[in-house]
Design a protein around this ligand. Sequence first.
Ligand code: 0L1
Ligand code: MG
Length: 260
Amino acid sequence: MTVIDHRHWARYLQLAVDERREVQGIGAQIDGLPLDDAYAIQDALVAEKMFAGDSLAGAKLGLTSKAKQEQMGVDEPAYGWVPASSVLGAHADVDVCELIHPRVEPEFVFLIGDDLSGADCTADQVLDATERVVGGIEVIDSRYEAFKFTLPDVIADNTSAARALIGDQGIAPGDADLTTVECTFSVDGEVKGTATGAALLGDPAECVAMLVRHLARKDRGLRAGWLVLAGAPLGAEPLGVGTVATASYSHFGDVVARGV
Ligand code: 0L1
Ligand code: MG
């Protein structure tokens, strides 16, 4: 049995971030990279960032909508982490020169008010522990060549996380049925799509519950004060210099990312 050196592959990915260059998928170099090893590489990658002085702002899910799964050719969700250094405001300039080949996508974002953990976590428990739900835009930047990867690859790469713009309006969880909250995503004034929260595997709160159940496998949980990106209801769009991407939410206001 091959022993996979998780720290080696974490450094491989962090170097790609630091040098702003694409690298070959790990799955192309290790046949059948197991999901547990992919998450162990992700842990080592996030530990590198924390060792370099970053901290955790929260966690994220990726690939929680059919739109995203079809766009990337992957058929299950993935879980990752949001470094504090990656968090931006609701209207933010994104320096694309710091990134490799960035894309933007709208996000439903949960602001967690109480610690939350448990292998049987439910959507209702997520709503009880949530202070507010706001809109967001995630900037994703796969470190892999041509933004192509397998599920283990993208997990190892901390689910392509790069930057996260977090809305400043939003609602308390009981104020609306999140499955009906609508998002329209436009790039340079052209509407790219409209979807509701139901696009996130039927219910954004259930997505967060899935994340909590996943974390429980390693005796982890969400902490009060963290944010959670529940996923993108629509596909991602390229972000270049001068691109203006706007996510307009029926209940959360607007979030705007401008590539500079
Ligand atoms: O947040 C996401 O949905 C990204 C997950 C990874 C897939 C991608 O890079 O599009
Ligand atoms: Mg995302």
